[in-house]
Design a protein around this ligand. Structure first.
Ligand SMILES: NC(=O)c1ccc[n+]([C@@H]2O[C@H](COP(=O)([O-])OP(=O)(O)OC[C@H]3O[C@@H](n4cnc5c(N)ncnc54)[C@H](OP(=O)(O)O)[C@@H]3O)[C@@H](O)[C@H]2O)c1
Length: 337
C-alpha cells in the first residue's frame, strides 16, 4: 500500500445548479481518485489557461464530475504498479487527460497513468519543471514544428501572440535563444519592459494595429506562434511570407478563424496545428529532454511571477480569465525541490 495519508487536500470541481460548476478545496482519500498505476506526493503544479477555465467554471472542460483540477503536476512516487517507476522517483505529468478526463494535479497526492508519466529530466528540479509545465512543453512543440517545416533564424522574424501569458512568454525566450528575431503581438500596453526582458525585439500592441481587409497583406513573418486565434490568427496567415509557417496553439481571444485560402495556395503558407495534450509518449519524452537541454528556458525566473497555495486558486484563476495575469504561476503544494 502506498505511503499516503488517509485524507489529503484537493481542489475539486463539482457539478452545480443550472449546468454551473463549483470549485471546492476539500479533504479526500486515495479511493476518491480515478484509476492509475503510479501515486505521487505532489510537490508543485502550475496554472494553465485550461485550469483557469475549469476552476472558474467558465467552460466545462471535465468529462466527469467531481474531478480534481490541474493539468500539470510534479512530485515523488509513493507507490507504483509499473516497474519503470519506483518509490522515490521524481516524475512529471502534463496533459494526457490529467485534470480533464481524470483527476489532476491540484491535490497533495495524485494518481497518474504511467503511459504518460515522465521521469524528471536530469538537470531540472521539480519546481523548474512546473515553471515550464504544459505552457513550455507546448511552446517547445511549436518551435519543433516550425523548424521541422523549414523555419530558420535567417528566414525572417517570428511573431508571437499572447506574449504576456505562459506559452507566449516561454516561446519568446526559446526563440530568442535560438537566434530568431522575435516580434511580440500583445493586447496589453505597459508590458514592453517585461517582453523585452524575455527577448522580444519588437512589440506590437493590437489596439494600435491595422489588420487590413485584404486576403493577402504585406508579407512580414517567416513564422508565427499564435495563442489567441480569431482575427489575430487570420491576420497572421494573411501577413506570413512565402513558405512561412504559422503554429496555431490557442484560442484565448476566439476559437474562430476566418480567412481566404489565398495565403495557403498563393504563398504556400503552412498552418500547423499544435496539440500538446496527447502526443505519442516518445515525443513527450524527447520534448522534455530538449526542455532540459537545447530548448531549456533561460528566463524562467522572470516568467514565473509568483507561487500560490491550493486555497488561492479560485481567486488567481479569476485573474487569468480577466487577462490580469502575467507569465506563469506556480502552485506550491509540498514545495519539495
Ligand atoms: N494546443 C494546445 O495543446 C495548447 C496547450 C497549452 C495552451 N493552449 C492554449 O494556448 C493559449 C495560451 O495558453 P497560456 O497557458 O499561455 O494562457 P495564459 O497564460 O492565460 O495567457 C494567455 C494570453 O493570451 C492573451 N489573452 C488572454 N485573454 C485574451 C483575450 N480575451 N483576447 C485576446 N488575448 C487574450 C493574453 O496575452 P496578451 O495580453 O499579451 O495579448 C494572455 O496573457 C490558451 O488558449 C490555451 O488554452 C493550447
Amino acid at each position: 500500500m502506498s505511503d499516503c495519508p488517509e485524507r489529503f487536500s484537493a481542489l475539486r470541481i463539482h457539478a452545480g445548479e443550472n449546468k454551473q460548476t463549483l470549485a471546492k478545496l476539500e479533504e479526500i482519500g486515495l479511493d476518491d481518485l480515478s484509476d492509475g498505476d503510479v501515486v505521487i506526493r505532489t510537490a508543485w503544479s502550475g496554472i494553465n489557461y485550461k485550469d483557469a477555465l475549469a476552476v472558474t467554471g467558465s467552460s466545462r472542460i471535465m468529462k466527469n464530475l467531481p474531478c480534481v483540477a490541474g493539468i500539470d503536476v510534479a512530485g515523488t512516487v509513493v507507490s507504483s504498479e509499473d516497474a519503470n517507476f519506483k518509490v522515490g522517483d521524481a516524475v512529471i505529468a502534463c496533459g494526457a487527460g490529467l485534470g480533464e478526463d481524470f483527476d489532476g494535479g491540484f491535490a497533495e497526492y495524485a494518481r497518474l497513468r504511467s503511459g504518460s508519466t515522465v521521469p524528471l529530466p536530469t538537470g531540472l528540479s521539480l519546481r523548474e519543471a512546473m515553471g515550464i509545465g504544459t505552457a513550455g512543453f507546448t511552446a517547445a512543440l511549436a518551435i519543433h514544428q516550425l523548424e521541422h517545416n523549414g523555419t530558420r533564424p535567417d528566414s525572417g522574424p517570428i511573431a508571437v501572440t499572447g506574449p504576456t501569458g505562459g506559452v507566449g512568454g516561454i516561446a519568446i525566450d526559446l526563440l530568442k535563444q535560438r537566434g530568431y528575431q522575435v516580434t511580440a503581438v500583445t493586447h496589453r500596453s505597459g508590458q514592453e519592459d517585461y517582453l523585452r526582458s524575455l527577448g522580444a525585439d519588437e512589440i506590437l500592441i493590437t489596439s494600435d494595429m491595422e489588420f487590413g481587409p485584404r486576403p493577402l497583406e504585406q508579407a512580414l513573418w517567416a513564422g508565427a506562434i499564435d495563442n489567441v486565434g480569431g482575427d489575430v490568427l487570420s491576420w497572421l496567415c494573411r501577413t506570413t511570407q512565402q513558405w512561412g509557417n504559422v503554429a496555431s496553439i490557442g484560442l484565448a481571444a476566439s476559437h474562430k478563424l476566418s480567412c481566404s485560402v489565398m495565403p495557403f495556395i498563393l504563398r504556400g503558407v503552412n498552418l500547423l496545428g499544435i496539440n500538446s495534450v496527447y502526443p505519442p509518449q516518445e515525443k513527450r519524452l524527447a520534448t522534455w529532454a530538449r526542455l532540459a537541454s537545447d530548448l531549456r528556458p533561460s528566463q524562467l525566473a522572470n516568467i514565473v511571477q509568483r507561487e500560490v497555495e491550493l486555497k488561492q486558486l479560485p481567486e488567481v484563476c479569476t485573474e487569468y480569465m480577466e487577462n490580469r495575469n502575467q507569465g506563469r504561476t506556480l502552485v506550491n503544494i509540498s514545495g519539495d525541490e
